[in-house]
Design a binder for this molecule. Sequence first.
Ligand code: PMP
Length: 427
Amino acid sequence: MSDLHARHKAVLPDWLAVYYKDPLEITHGEGRHVWDADGRKYLDFFGGILTTMTAHALPEVTKAVTEQAGRILHSSTLYLNRPMVELAERISQLSGIPDARVFFTTSGTEANDTALLLATTYRRSNQILAMRNSYHGRSFSAVGITGNRGWSPTSLSPLQTLYVHGGVRTRGPFAGLSDADFIAACVEDLRDLLGHIRPPAALIAEPIQGVGGFTSPPDGLYAAFRDVLKEHGILWIADEVQTGWGRTGEHFWGWQAHGQSGPPDILTFAKGIGNGASIGGVVARAEIMNCLDANSISTFGGTQITMAAGLANLSYLLEHDLQGNARRVGGLLIERLRAVAAQLPVVREVRGRGLMIGVELVRPGTDEADPDAAAAVLEAAREGGLLIGKGGGHNTSVLRIAPPLSLTVAEAEEGAAILERALRSVY
Ligand code: PMP
């Protein structure tokens, strides 16, 4: 065990999990690469769990942060904050939500907490609908709406949560149905559930489940849900912490694949917008955002230093059409990985959109999740110089691939080749 690992274990909580038997200490990065404390270089296909959205050490972000740091890091929410107003203006316009207001937090968890506070206050109900296999964070309220039991160790939530079918397309009681029949079955299930309970405050859902293994329902599922929810006045909260900012290639937000019945009532975001600076946030119609009788929720969200990073990062993303790059390079990468998978029966499915790609592993000759293989492939990929993630229910048998959105075709090819070698070395 390295000295730093021993010190980590001695002073940090046991549940603060780290990847790899010999955990990595990443000391710096550039573009799509990072280096460890021994000077070893890795191609980064996980971006700190989709946090490094554009590129590591992006000069535009470094410059903006450095200049801002030379002026002031944070002045409190009690004073006007120019970069906060500017980033809120841009996000409100991009969100698609009419008359949108934006509140900044410091993480995705806190963004979801705020969304729950808004929805429960606005609707005067502490009942929430969430998706099975979902992940929304692990604060006191977020843990209670996280359907993925491997990640929600307590049920002592202040909320009453009911879990809905639909996030996972390929497993569960509705697997094997056509897209239209799957949507119809999930909608019928939702209607049945609502027939038994008082109308809840909101449904919270990730358009593509992230921690749950990059599972994607058929396009239009949430639009169909929305029609039912609207009949009961129930709000829709789209958790875009992983799916936002063009990562899925085809759309800027994940909800747009389900956009027929309009934007969500509340949208939460985090991770990528700061490119590593701690930004989370909530967007909602003014009527919903302003339902709270409060002065603030936190005085620390939207610090000048993080807002400067977010503005520079967002400008770079839009000016360089990284959404288009995610669509093109992600499409090639998915094709390449599917060709590899066709030769390896242990790969159950390669799925994804843009640069959000899941590779689900099963025990040879079965349909059973294979978490041991996923852990072994993760180690072997690292040995080969590639960082990836894993996820997928509590079985964590899905390899998660989510590189910075500026990934080049050559890097996609290189990463796919390393992953192929890692998969073959394990099976
Ligand atoms: N929502 C989703 C969909 C997430 O994937 C995550 C983090 N993995 C969160 C919320 C929580 O975000 P954070 O870790 O920034 O608190």
